[in-house]
Design a protein around this ligand. Structure first.
Ligand code: Q46
Ligand code: ZN
Length: 299
């Protein structure tokens, strides 16, 4: 690991990475051992490695897999779900499954054709759907926190995209902990300082079996573009991603991106009349607008 100026054997690496994650959880006060954490799992290496580490560290976890019905012709979602189920069964961990086609009678693939947002950017639509369903599951289950396995490569790429756009709203909400608010579960990213390479190495060395295929929509994801640039910089300047992210956290602490309190207060009072989750508009939330079409126009 040139970015850490560190070389480890397999045995020590499998101790080192969980210790790093534990330190980050404590430093950022993400959650405690007394709290219940819902882990969003996709069947991929990052989320299964995260779940494995949290379990090994003694945290109270439950997994949640969202079946979006992505590319049923190749069974992408069905196969991903099997990897998540197999992982949970082998370790005696509990896994819940939420199915988008089951609850809303449409797959993501169908929504990616039917909706404008889906046609323009299927990953943006997917993100919206997942955020909504994860949040609902965390609230319904009374979990203290919802953990996602965003790694450092993801965070650096998102941060770079938001910096290039000077999107202050997104930059003010990029921290590894978004506190709970009425209608919103606490969101945490325990892997935010873990390189993708590190989580893959961990999953491999632990013998975790993960979904090897990429989501068919990932080719259209802009994140890949930013990631590939960052990988070039990392090659030339080891630690570039980590410095970029660490200095962002310092800038946040220094108040560079003030929290939008007015927006949080406004959200407090505005609830979607269909699902009850907070919304910025006061009418239907973005998720319900996709599915509910026969309501009066002024909704
Ligand atoms: S699952 Fe969804 Fe990813 Fe597939 S549609 Fe895009 S965002 S690439 S993590
Ligand atoms: Zn709604």
């Amino acid at each position: 690991m040139r970015h850490h100026k560190l070389s480890l054997c397999a045995q020590h690496y499998l101790e080192w990475l969980p210790a790093q994650v534990e330190r980050f959880i404590q430093k950022q006060s993400l959650f405690t051992k007394e709290e219940r954490v819902l882990v969003a799992v996709s069947g991929g290496k990052d989320s299964l490695a995260l779940w494995d580490i949290l379990d090994r560290l003694g945290y109270q976890t439950k997994g949640l897999y969202i079946d979006l019905g992505i590319d049923e012709s190749i069974g992408y979602s069905a196969r991903s779900r099997e990897f998540a189920q197999q992982f949970a069964a082998e370790r005696g961990l509990k896994l819940s499954i939420v199915s988008l086609p089951g609850s809303h009678q449409e797959t993501l693939a169908e929504l990616a054709i039917r909706t404008k947002r889906g046609r323009e950017n299927p990953c943006s639509l997917c993100g919206l759907v997942k955020r909504h369903l994860f949040n609902q599951a965390a609230l319904d289950g009374g979990f203290d926190a919802l953990a996602t396995a965003h790694n450092l490569d993801d965070e650096a790429a998102i941060l770079l995209a938001n910096t290039l756009e000077w999107s202050l709203e997104h930059l003010s909400r990029g921290q590894p902990l978004l506190p709970a608010a009425p209608g919103f579960a606490r969101k945490v990213k325990p892997f935010a300082r873990v390189y993708e390479f590190e989580s893959a190495a961990y999953a491999f060395l632990r013998g975790i079996r993960w979904m090897p295929d990429e989501c068919p929509f990932s080719r259209e994801s802009k994140q890949i573009y930013y990631k590939s640039h960052f990988n070039e910089w990392e090659e030339e300047m080891p630690g570039a991603k980590l410095r970029f992210y660490n200095n962002y956290l310092k800038a946040l602490d220094a108040g560079a991106f003030p929290e939008r309190q007015e927006q949080a207060d406004a959200l407090d009072e505005r609830r979607c009349p269909n699902c009850g989750q907070p919304t910025t508009t006061g009418g239907l939330c973005a998720f319900c607008r996709i599915f509910v079409s026969d309501l009066p126009k002024n909704w």
